[in-house]
Design a protein around this ligand. Structure first.
Ligand SMILES: [Fe+2]
Length: 323
């Protein structure tokens, strides 16, 4: 009898372990949506296209049983105009019937100049309050962590009151250390708008795209092997970088050629990353023309084709997260 009970316990344990460790998550990433109420397309940023595409895409993701949730890793807005805050929130809530999580980007809070120019802007606190529950639990703190199906997700706030560069605040660094300490045994994914490392060293301006204290945050990540990969926005192209065995992936966007979003399928031992085109061939051609007309980018590449290829970036990638 004793043997039978032991055998049943063993089988239950195996079944339970299989259940726990076979858990996976699949999520879509819509980065740098740059929503505006009425802005037209402008060279490399197809604002009107993205505004029109977003509701259709949110509906599509809502009906996709394979998608667990959606992440918006910053720059949800073109500019932090007060007139755009509620319309975008309403648009997302109307069309997206899945859990969604946001973090702020540099366009989601006003710069010093915008405040001095007395633009009608929303503040970072307005952003956090508006997106309370996604997942901001208190509607006050601009960074967060949560557990989803056994995976630990962390959303950092890398913004400061300047147009391009970023920083993870001192208080947030202390919180990050503590959060990682409390969740050492969980597969962890970090979302942060600015890069934590360089994605294209040939671009001289690139250091301005990362956070100022990248070394400090990199070191924390290195010392916490449960952090398996980092998802960033800001760059508008799909690229990968491996630093200290940690995968850093920067996301494509709906507003910039080739008008893409991303999907991650995450298992304990394997991550599948895929980027998905939106729009028609003509719309993508228009976005490509806009890109090569943008002097800032054009001058960094000898040939238009090189610039186009660079922005086409990664279509798909499978990688093994560090042990
Ligand atoms: Fe950005």
């Amino acid at each position: 009898m004793k043997k039978i009970v032991s055998l049943v316990c063993f089988i239950c344990l195996v079944l339970f372990s299989t259940q726990v460790f076979s858990q996976s998550i699949t999520f879509a990433v819509l980065s740098d949506t740059h929503y505006s109420v009425s802005e037209k397309n402008k060279t490399w940023k197809q604002f009107a296209f993205a505004r029109k595409t977003l509701p259709q895409l949110l509906k599509k993701l809502s009906h996709d049983p394979g998608i667990d949730f959606v992440v918006f890793p910053g720059d949800l807005f073109m500019d932090p105009l007060a007139s755009a805050l509620d319309p975008l929130k309403t648009l997302i809530d109307t069309h997206l019937k899945k859990p969604y999580f946001v973090i702020p980007g540099n366009h989601d809070r006003p710069t010093k100049d915008q405040i001095n120019e007395k633009m009608q802007v929303f503040s970072l606190m307005d952003f956090v309050k508006t997106f309370k529950g996604h997942p901001y639990p208190d509607g006050v703190t601009s960074y967060w962590s949560l557990d989803y199906n056994g995976y630990h997700l962390i959303g950092l706030d890398s913004t400061k009151d300047e147009p391009l560069s970023g920083r993870v605040s001192r208080a947030q660094v202390a919180w990050l250390r503590e959060d990682l300490k409390k969740n050492r045994d969980k597969f962890t994914i970090i979302f942060v708008h600015h890069g934590l490392d360089l994605f294209c060293t040939k671009l001289p301006m690139e250091r301005g795209y990362t956070i100022d204290n990248y070394r400090e945050v990199q070191k924390i990540i290195k010392n916490n092997p449960q952090v398996k990969f980092v998802v960033t926005g800001h760059y508008h192209f799909s690229a990968v970088r491996v630093k200290d065995e940690v995968y850093h992936l920067t996301m494509p966007t709906l507003v910039t050629y080739p008008l893409k979003y991303a999907v991650f399928h995450v298992e304990q031992n394997r991550v599948l990353y895929q980027t998905i085109k939106t729009g028609t061939k003509d719309q993508r051609a228009k976005a490509a023309n806009g890109l090569v007309e943008e002097p800032y980018w054009r001058k960094k590449f000898k040939q238009d084709a090189d610039l186009i290829r660079f922005f086409e970036g990664i279509d798909s990638l499978t990688f093994q997260p560090r042990p």
